[in-house]
Every structure is written in C-alpha cells, then in structure tokens.
Ligand binder design. Structure first.
Ligand code: NAI
Length: 487
C-alpha cells in the first residue's frame, strides 16, 4: 500500500519511555511504516528522565500538551526511579486524562507454547482504571493500623460496564461476565454487580453473567476458553489481567489500551527490562500488538489486520524469534526479528480469529458533576473510629458515659469489623483501632450535623478519634453495612 499524504494521517504521541522502550518503539514504528499505517509521530518524553529533571509527576507539560493535541498515545515502559516522586508516571497519565477503561486482550498466540496451548483462549479483561483502592487514599489511623479507602461510584461502574459492552459489540462477542466480590463487599463491589447487570441487559445482542471474582480466577485457570469479555473493578482487574496474560505467554507479549472520552493510550504490559536494555535483545511484540489495537482505534482496520497476520505467520513459523520466546538456542536480536516480521507483511495466517472489528462506540460522559437523585435521605447515626488501648469492656463503658446527655446512644463497638461490645467473641484479636457505632436515641434532631459535632466533642474529651462516618438511609434503605454480629 502506498503511503497516505501527511494531511490524511493521524498524529500519535509516541513516548518511547525507559530501558528497552526506545528499542521496542523504534521496531514497532518500523513495522507500522512498512505496513503503510496512516500515522505520523510526535515524540514526547516521560518517566525516568522526567523524574530526574525534577518533574515530580514524571510527565512534563510538553508531553501533556502533545497528548491533549493528538488524543492518541503509543507508550513504552516508564520507570519511577527510587528517590524521585511518589507516584508512577503511568498512573499519573491515566488519571490526568481520565482513561477509565483498561483493555487487556488475552489471546493464544501461535508458536508461543504454554500449558494452555491449543485451548483456543480468546477473551478480553476490561478493568476499571481510576477508582477503587487505586484512588490511593490511605492513612495510618494509629501508629500500627493502616487504612485505604475503596471508592466506587455508580457512574464509574456504569461507564466501565458500558465500555465492556461497546467492546463486546465492536468485536462481535456475545457474553459479558461481570466479576465482583459482591458477596463480601456488598456496597462497593455490589455496585458493579447491580449496575453491570443493568447495563449489559440494555444490549439485547449480549448475554450477562455474574461471577464471584475468586471463582473467576479459578475458572480462568480451569476453563479459560469459556470467557469472552470480563469486566472488573480496578484491583481485581489488575490482578486477574496479569493472571490471564500468564495463560497465553506472559507479560512480554501482552498488549493493552487505556481508554477515556478524549484520550486513548496504548502500551505494552511489560516494564523497562533494564537487564537487557540497549543490547538489541528486546521483543517488540507486546508494543506491536498494542499498536495494532491503536490502529483499530483510529479506524485503520486494514493495516491492523495486515500487521497481525504478519506477526502470526512469524510466530507460527518460529524462525528468527527473540530469545524470550524462541526455541532454546535459536533466539535472535530485535533487528533480525524485525526483518523477518516486515518480510512477512502481506502473508496471511489461518490462526488470526476471523473477526469483523468495528469502532468501539464509546458513550461520551457529561462534564458536569454527576450525582444520583434520591427522594428521601435521613441521618440515623454515626460511626466514630478511635484509637484506644483500653479493654473493649472499659471502652464501651466510657463511651456510654460520654454519650449521656447527647442525642445518641452507643449501639456497639467493633474492632476490624468484629463486634467486641456489648458482646465479644473470646477469640477476637484486639488492636488499638475501634469503631463505635452510635444511633440517635429518638427521632433524628433537626440538625444532625450539630448533634454529631456535640457527640464528637464529648468522645474527644476522653479518646483520640481519627475519622467519622455518618450513617445514612437513602430512599429508606440503609446506606451502610452491618457489623459481624450486629442485630
Ligand atoms: P519487566 O517487565 O521490565 O521485566 C520482567 C522480566 O521480563 C525481565 O526478565 C525482562 O528482561 C523480561 N522482559 C520484559 N519485557 C521484555 C521484552 N519486551 N522482551 C524481552 N524480555 C522482556 O518488569 P520489572 O523488572 O518488574 O520492572 C522493571 C521496571 O519497569 C521497573 O522500574 C518498573 O517500575 C517498570 N515497569 C513499568 C511498566 C509500565 O510502564 N507500564 C510496567 C511494569 C514495570
């Protein structure tokens, strides 16, 4: 195919990144050029070099500007050097551009032998990419007790479930498996379960399935070929997408996409492989497969298929593969692999799944603040988390006394979710971090905030409290979970 004139090409921000990044980026760009891909590149920098220049996010402003302009990024691995910055540049990029959907295809590749070869594994993990525990809200509550906040929004569930469905429809897939831990985390994981079911059922061409996420991990190993599209919250998706990559050859050949309303970033899953950096040994397959996803994203389906076929033919024939995937003793360097791959452009492989790819019809999300409307809301009590070295009995007694004369009465005290007052189990291990649940003694007062402030002042006279959670009811339903052992 002749090259398109520059004016018709899509401009893509290329971040080579650290370690082997430059080598795999150069190789990938060479294949795309040889295949006639409709792209031009705008080079940008992020990661180790940026951190060392004192940019604490690892993402220089010029790079952010480039991404803002192009809306499409192909990215190599980024390091967070020890001693520079607290946050990874990868996470920063995902957050800054609200790339809420992480797409990880898991497909058996010819010539890559694994214990699962021949099973026809071909599914995609869709991971929510910005919420959940990865919001990164953590506190030491006492010198010895840490807490991370697991934040899940209904809107976040809705958009990731919609994305999973849009991807299923774009790839002609049938089943969307919503995998959650809703049996334990009824409100957070439960939100994805309910919203996921509602969203998938909006699409008549798709079948909805719910699976508890631990069973999903088990099923991925026992019968991975059963899956089509799996959608998960951030941390579950992080773990299971790596497990899934292991089924088909590991992180070295695993591509990914990060999608948001305005920016899409495509990257290999592997890191910067510092041991082999600069030696001409790196395998560019994962970044190349990510670039294939990118080409489909920009609508260049023909070149994407052409590259995919050439890659499959190369892997199938098993000649001139890099050391990490070659038969023992036959490995070559990046350059020889690249030459072989480019030489195979135009050939077709019977192993590439016959699939009619269509653009992913992503639903744009409003820029305004999202909120769910409810008809009624009441405050019914308050949980006060406090630090104490007293026994549960002594703590309970002192809290009952503290609440005297307030609008509240103490309902229970728990330690890490297990009730220790008024009833305690003899086996419960006690640490210095307690939750005291107070409910309004009578009907809620006109100003519950003032009543809570009054209670906090009373409790604070004797105890050190760390945080406070209002106990609310929305539309008549409890907006909090009960403790183990709570009536
Ligand atoms: P790694 O993925 O760089 O290396 C793990 C093993 O796989 C090493 O033996 C490496 O040589 C090999 N390997 C990885 N990619 C390869 C390729 N394309 N060709 C041939 N062999 C390959 O993981 P590691 O060592 O944990 O991380 C190194 C650095 O990369 C760290 O600074 C880490 O923070 C960063 N990293 C960045 C990621 C990203 O930007 N998305 C993801 C993972 C790690």
């Amino acid at each position: 195919m002749d090259s398109l004139p520059v004016s018709q090409k899509v401009t893509v921000t290329a971040i080579a990144g650290d370690g082997i990044g430059a080598e795999v980026m150069r190789a990938t760009q060479a294949v795309l050029a040889a295949a006639g891909a409709a792209v031009t590149w705008e080079d940008a920098m992020a990661g180790g070099e940026a951190f060392r220049k004192g940019i604490s996010t690892g993402t220089p402003q010029e790079t952010l500007d480039s991404i803002e302009r192009t809306g499409v990024v192909l990215k190599g691995p980024l390091e967070t050097p020890v001693g520079y910055g607290e946050k990874s540049a990868n996470v920063s990029l995902r957050k800054i551009f609200e790339m809420y959907g992480n797409i990880r295809p898991v497909r058996e590749l010819p010539g890559i032998k694994t214990p699962f070869s021949g099973r026809g594994i071909d599914f995609t993990v869709v991971r929510e990419n910005v919420e959940d525990l990865y919001a990164g809200i953590e506190h030491m509550q006492t010198p010895g007790v840490a807490q991370a906040v697991k934040l899940i929004s209904e809107a976040g569930c809705e958009r990731i479930a919609e994305l999973a469905c849009a991807l299923a429809l774009a790839e002609g897939r049938k089943t969307v498996t919503v995998a959650t831990k809703a049996n334990i985390l009824k409100l957070t994981e439960g939100l994805l379960k309910t919203v996921g079911e509602r969203v998938v059922k909006r699409h008549p061409a798709l079948t909805h399935e719910h699976m508890i996420v631990d069973n999903c991990a088990h099923q991925m190993v026992i019968r991975p070929e059963q899956f089509d599209i799996c959608v998960m919250t951030n941390m579950n998706g992080d773990i299971l997408s790596d497990l899934a990559a292991g089924l088909v050859g590991g992180l070295g050949v695993a591509p990914s996409a990060n999608l948001g309303d305005t920016v899409a970033m495509f990257e290999a899953v592997h890191g910067s492989a510092p041991q082999i950096a600069g030696k001409g040994l790196a395998n560019p397959t994962a970044l190349l497969l990510s670039a294939v996803m990118m080409l489909r994203h920009i609508g260049d389906f023909t070149t994407a298929a052409r590259i995919e076929h050439a890659l499959y033919v190369t892997l199938e024939e098993g000649r001139d593969l890099t050391g990490d995937i070659a038969a023992p003793g036959t490995g070559v360097g990046t350059a020889a692999y690249l030459e072989r791959l480019i030489g195979n452009l135009g050939r077709t492989s019977a192993r590439v799944p016959a699939r009619e790819y269509r653009p992913i019809a992503m639903r744009p999300w409003p820029r305004s603040t999202w909120a769910r409307a409810v008809a009624t809301r009441e405050v019914v009590g308050v949980d006060i988390f406090l630090e104490s070295q007293a026994t549960p009995q002594a703590l309970g007694a002192s809290l009952v006394q503290a609440a005297q004369g307030s609008a509240f009465s103490l309902k229970l005290v728990s330690c890490r979710g297990a009730q220790v007052w008024p009833v305690a189990q003899p086996h419960t291990f006690i640490v210095d971090h307690f939750r005291a649940r107070f409910m309004f003694s009578a009907a809620a007062p006109a100003n519950p905030n003032a009543a809570i402030a009054d209670l906090l002042a009373r409790v604070g006279e004797q105890h050190s409290w760390m945080h406070v959670e209002k106990l609310q009811r929305f539309d008549g339903a409890d907006a909090f979970t009960k403790d183990q052992g709570e009536g």
